[in-house]
Design a protein around this ligand. Structure first.
Ligand code: PFF
Length: 456
């Protein structure tokens, strides 16, 4: 087992890998459409509160378990609480990321399509109207062959990266791409904010209308914050198990959360002003950015076609990299389980998961076209997988992690891991507060939001 496992070489690499997992389609694709579907600024406020009050404690809880045991969820729980049912969380943390990966890779496939489109100068033709671009997107996602091929390509890229192993694959990859992503989204935001009509979008992002804050919007905001930081699925736990023993979990967690939040907010300000400038419906759903971005690039293209095309290519390359650095972390979570617990080779583990995700992804993709009338509990297959994972499974997983660290592990072990045996004095000083959030605040708030949503 030891030979199959790896380690992150340095703190920078570890933070970049975790931020790479966190920053992904969740920030660029899902956050803007969730904001649009749930009423704007009020949703963002709950999202931010959840990030600070819940996500940081959950992140710490997961990484304490991972770093302490150097194992993925199943083995980690068994090691810390032998012979109990906690180890069954291992299954939850294998299945949830894999369901996410299935629909995620469909959107990953859409990003590939849009990268190709930008390489073919598709957004610089002034003859194509905003509605024209929306129609092109609609025709694409409702078709069968192309989205399926691209879904397959996206998953295959993941498999290749994960099979290469932690050091050679993920590490090298994320170290370069994550910082580049950040710069690109800031550039797009600056342009978007200057569009005529952008003011309404800015207002939508900053002026809360609390009447829109239903209990389901609150659950979605919480779920989105978990989704964005990859929490409750054992992904952060698995990455933390690759951390060096002397790593400072608090600074790793805070850096990752700040990068991730900052990225989502910037992406929101890059997309929402353009949504309003273009007259697109903010609640348009999963296709929101794919309808908005062509508008951004086309308007840019009217005055500077070459520049707009370069930005478009860079942007879709960015999205693709962001998506890949996140999706490899989902795949890695499942692979780590099979390698650690079932003693499989990485090749075999990756292949098995590839097939499972591919099949579910096919249904997700077809749910925009031929099987759009097939509903599970009132949602299409894609929406069902999307909402079931973030609103339910990730929330449930997060709750179990904080309960485990707050109530099952003994306080001394948690302190020891959080302060590296007492050597990190600063961490020691705030331990009491952190522990209180893990033990009381996070579980109570999660349960309250969840139950309120069930009742109302
Ligand atoms: N945090 C990723 C994103 O925002 O795109 C999504 C994600 C990655 C969810 C890894 C879950 C996971 F295990």
């Amino acid at each position: 087992m030891a030979a199959q496992r790896g380690n992150f070489g340095s703190r920078f690499t570890a933070i970049m890998a975790m931020a790479g997992s966190a920053i992904g389609l969740g920030n660029i694709w899902r956050f803007p459409y969730m904001v649009g579907q749930n009423g704007g600024a009020a949703f963002i406020i709950v999202y931010l509160l959840s990030a600070v009050m819940l996500c940081i404690p959950i992140f710490l809880a997961e990484s304490i378990i991972g770093k302490r045991t150097q194992l993925s969820t199943f083995g980690a729980m068994e090691k810390l609480s032998p012979g109990t049912r906690w180890k069954w969380m291992g299954f939850l943390t294998v299945f949830t990321p894999l369901i996410i990966l299935s629909f995620y890779s469909v959107v990953g496939g859409w990003s590939i399509e849009y990268l190709f489109k930008s390489l073919g100068f598709a957004f610089t033709d002034p003859a194509v109207s905003r509605e024209g671009h929306s129609a092109i997107f609609g025709a694409f996602i409702t078709s069968v062959r192309k989205p399926l091929i691209l879904h397959t390509v996206f998953l295959a890229l993941n498999a290749v990266i994960v099979m290469a192993g932690v050091q050679k694959g993920i590490e090298k990859f994320t170290k370069i791409t994550t910082p580049v992503l950040f710069v690109l989204v800031v550039l797009i935001m600056v342009y978007s904010l200057t569009l005529p009509g952008a003011a309404a979008g800015i207002e939508y992002m900053i002026k809360p209308d609390f009447s829109k804050l239903t209990s389901s919007a609150m659950l979605s905001a919480m779920g989105q914050s978990f989704f964005s930081l990859s929490l409750g699925v054992g992904c952060i736990l698995t990455y933390a198990s690759y951390l060096r023993r002397d790593e400072n979990l608090l600074s790793t967690g805070l850096c990752t959360a700040v990068f991730d939040l900052g990225f989502a907010i910037i992406a929101g300000f890059a997309i929402m002003p353009a949504v309003f400038a273009a007259g697109i419906e903010p609640g348009a759903g999963p296709g929101l950015i794919f309808e908005t971005l062509p508008f951004i690039f086309s308007t840019m293209g009217a005055s500077a076609p070459m520049l707009s095309n370069i930005v478009a290519i860079l942007f879709f390359t960015t999205i693709l990299f962001a998506a890949l650095t996140s999706s490899v972390s989902m795949l890695e979570t499942g692979v780590a389980y099979l390698v650690d617990e079932k003693k499989m080779s990485r090749l075999k583990a990756t292949s098995i998961i590839f097939v499972g995700c591919w099949i579910l992804g096919v249904f997700c993709s077809l749910s925009f076209g031929p099987i759009s009338d097939f509903h599970i509990l009132g949602s299409t297959v894609f929406d069902f997988c999307d909402h079931m994972t973030s609103d339910f499974l990730m929330t449930f997983g997060s709750l179990l992690f904080v309960l485990f660290v707050g109530w099952k592990m003994d306080r001394e072990s948690v302190y020891d891991e959080f302060t590296n045996g007492g050597t990190l004095r600063g961490n020691g000083r705030i331990f009491g507060v952190v522990y209180f959030f893990i033990r009381y605040i996070a579980p109570v708030v999660i349960v309250t939001i969840f139950v309120t949503n069930l009742i109302l």
